[in-house]
Design a protein around this ligand. Structure first.
Ligand SMILES: NC(=O)c1ccc[n+]([C@@H]2O[C@H](COP(=O)([O-])OP(=O)(O)OC[C@H]3O[C@@H](n4cnc5c(N)ncnc54)[C@H](OP(=O)(O)O)[C@@H]3O)[C@@H](O)[C@H]2O)c1
Length: 272
């Protein structure tokens, strides 16, 4: 089966491509540096020829409110219209557990807009809601800076290894569309502030994490269970302490950067 992975060069995308190929499928990594740009439409008609499934694990290069909304709206509209022309039978998109509860955040308003376009389109779909990736814990610190300290609320979350996210996405891509949201999460629950503190200590990042009940996540106020998946969520297998011993966790510590998220992505890509 031909499966096009939009964002197939990214953290999750590259793992999804690898897992699908290992199972004997023709998985094509589509991204600007492979000649496919969902924002401009470049290369889309060509790459979708003969594709049965499209997996969208792309992300916006810019997380500023208007830019991220424009990215997900334009990209998703283009993708769905080229998929209809190519008669693609299943659109799989990766989003975040609790997205609908996070509309105070510009990033999550963009994900809500992406999901709305998918639900309203004629293409059968599955939206995968995953919890935060362990690989994103330092990025979470970077986007939660107040002055020189990290401010995070002591609410629950259930993060997971990127490899387990990719396993879930690949499995769903090979199954029938459910025309609904399915959730996946990690095997353990933590407090956000506590786990980010542990992650920073593990990479010898000296930033202090302040437990702040009023601190926001990407601009949104969190309740105790905003980030926690429901009881039907399929859980990944990798526990945090196990992940810490794996190569993916061996990213050297670095001082906070002004453009934290972009720099984090750069380091992460180099490390993987
Ligand atoms: N971070 C978390 O904890 C978390 C949790 C749950 C769900 N998610 C979701 O997971 C998804 C993937 O995240 P990730 O961390 O794997 O992303 P990532 O590593 O930043 O990768 C993003 C991918 O999108 C591609 N891309 C960017 N602009 C594009 C365009 N115009 N056309 C086609 N491809 C484009 C990138 O290609 P280039 O490298 O060539 O630019 C790259 O392959 C996101 O949608 C995010 O919302 C994240």
């Amino acid at each position: 089966m031909k499966i096009v992975v939009i964002g197939g060069t990214g953290l999750i995308g590259s793992k999804v491509v690898k897992k699908l190929r290992e199972q004997g499928h023709e998985a094509v990594a589509a991204a600007p540096n492979t000649g496919v740009n969902t924002v401009t439409g470049e290369g889309l008609a060509e790459v979708l020829q003969g594709a049965s499934v499209v997996v969208d694990v792309s992300n916006s290069p810019d997380w500023e409110d208007a830019a991220v909304l424009k990215f997900f709206e334009t990209s998703t509209r283009n993708l769905l219209s080229y998929e209809a022309a190519a008669k693609v039978g299943h659109h799989v998109a990766l989003s975040v557990v609790g997205t609908d509860r996070l509309s105070e955040s510009g990033y999550f308003r963009a994900k809500i807009a992406q999901e709305k376009l998918i639900k309203e389109s004629s293409i059968p779909y599955t939206i995968v809601h995953a919890t935060q990736f362990f690989e994103f814990l330092k990025g979470l610190a970077d986007i939660s800076m107040v002055g020189d300290k990290v401010h995070l609320p002591p609410v629950l979350f259930q993060p997971m290894a990127a490899d387990d996210v990719a396993t879930a996405v690949a499995r769903i891509a090979l199954g029938p569309p459910v025309n609904d949201i399915v959730e996946t999460g990690g095997p353990e629950r933590f407090r956000v502030d506590e786990l980010v503190r542990r992650r920073l200590a593990a990479i010898k990042d000296s930033r202090e994490v302040i437990t702040d009940p009023n601190a926001r996540y990407s601009g949104a106020k969190l309740r105790e269970k905003t980030l926690v998946p429901g009881s039907d969520a399929r859980l990944g297998v990798t526990r945090f302490e196990t992940w810490l011993t794996q190569p993916a966790a061996q990213i050297p510590g670095a001082p906070p950067q002004p453009t934290g998220v972009a720099k984090e992505k750069e380091r992460r890509n180099k490390a993987s």
